[in-house]
Design a protein around this ligand. Structure first.
Ligand code: SAH
Length: 383
């Protein structure tokens, strides 16, 4: 079938991979810091320090050549802009949001119906005081791959230490969600790396610290109805499913929607909480009228204004979190909608990262055009 062919061709874009420079540099810096600290506390002699630094210098020079060679021989891309630009690929755009069930026999709305929601029970009973208690509980109660558990624990600890995760409920949700299933196979080994990663079709799985800041800001209460715009890998909604049993998510790129929908169906057998994730292929700019209003809305694609339909679909007292700003950088904003006694509506906004900018995949319409106003061309004329 024509559509199938195109999907599998686009599927090959998932081989686009980025060399994790951030991680590589961070690990080297941590290592050097360690050596220097030991040197200054006089626990290792100067000759060892010199030898290690020389080794690192030679190793790094080689290490830097390897990605260059790999990049020149494959489809690797080096920058976020290039990954984002992939969603301009004509085939993706032709398919984006245009699916009809008749065309492929698939449905583009999945309302699984709660099978066996175990979120609150897990949240109440899972011990998180010590690693040992947690590991032993996980092995008795969950169907997780044990290879990833130590790493997931350490990673969640780091998010708590950096204050990105604050509430115990959120820590539990992160500890329960197997990120290894949502990171695509090309990025094996980076499942718990603190970086965004490409997931194909010009989309990315958001970096864990941004996911945790946004989740913390949403302050999800059990029973809240939460809408996510930009399903992508499915990871964010998986986290949300441990916080409430009413989750809705919308994705605009059809092959990505199909892939993640299938992933949830597969995972539901071992992780029944994902059956609370209702998902739809469509343009999230217009929200999901049928199930509105929502108590919380999380937007995971970049836009320079708050989509009015989403604001309308937010309950009074509700919170929206979104990456707001021009195409080249955004700020994670918390928008709180309040209804006054006289019936008027007020909005308050807060920059969650205190001025630090982030960069998200653009919020696009069904023709592939970004909803944000393009930046004016740079003025290169002489003064
Ligand atoms: N929450 C995701 C982030 C994915 S990146 C994760 O953690 O994996 C942002 C996603 O927003 C992309 O998948 C992109 O296709 C999607 N997107 C962009 N414009 C959209 C729109 N109008 N409606 C729904 N999704 C959109």
């Amino acid at each position: 079938m024509e559509a199938e062919k195109i999907i599998s061709r686009i599927g090959s874009i998932t081989s686009l991979d980025t060399f994790p420079y951030q991680l590589y540099i961070q690990t080297s810096v941590n290592f050097m810091e360690n050596i220097l600290q030991n040197f200054f506390s006089k626990s290792i002699p100067a000759s060892v320090v010199v030898a290690v630094f020389l080794g690192l210098f030679i190793g790094t020079s080689f290490g830097l050549f390897i990605p260059v060679i790999v990049a020149s021989n494959s489809e690797r891309v080096a920058s976020y802009e290039e990954v984002a630009a992939q969603s301009m690929v004509d085939d993706v755009l032709r398919l984006a949001g245009r699916g009809s069930s008749e065309e492929t026999g698939l449905s583009y709305i999945t309302l699984p119906g709660i099978q066996k929601y175990d979120g609150p029970r897990l949240a109440q009973t899972m011990p998180i005081e010590t690693k040992e208690a947690w590991l032993s509980w996980m092995s008795r109660n969950r169907n997780d791959n044990p290879d990833f558990l130590e790493e997931r624990w350490q990673w969640a600890q780091d998010l708590v230490l950096s204050s990105e995760l604050k509430r115990p409920e959120d820590v539990r949700a992160f500890l329960l969600t197997p990120r290894e299933h949502f990171v695509r196979a090309v990025n094996k080994g980076l499942e718990y790396a603190n970086t965004w990663l490409p997931i194909g079709y010009g989309a990315t799985i958001t970096d864990p610290d941004v996911v945790s800041m946004m989740t913390t800001t949403l302050n999800v209460q059990p029973g809240d109805k939460v809408l996510e715009i930009g399903t992508g890998s499915g990871y964010q909604s998986a986290i949300l499913s441990y916080l409430t049993k009413d989750v809705y998510t919308i994705e605009i790129i059809r092959p990505l929607f199909i892939e993640t929908d299938a992933l949830y169906r597969d995972l539901e057998r071992n992780f029944p909480s994902y059956s609370v994730i209702n998902r739809k292929l469509g343009d999230g700019y217009y929200g999901w009228e049928e199930f509105a209003p929502f108590d919380k809305i999380i937007v995971t694609c970049a836009i320079d204004h708050i989509p009015p339909p989403l604001l309308r679909q937010l309950n009074p007292g509700g919170i929206m979190v979104l990456p707001l700003g021009p195409p080249n950088r955004q700020y994670i904003m918390e928008i709180v909608k309040r209804e006054m006694e006289d019936g008027s509506i007020t909005l308050s906004r807060r920059d969650v990262y205190n001025g630090q900018s982030v960069k998200f995949i653009p919020f696009r319409d069904e023709s592939g055009a970004s909803y944000s106003t393009p930046l004016p061309p740079e003025d290169t004329s002489l003064p």
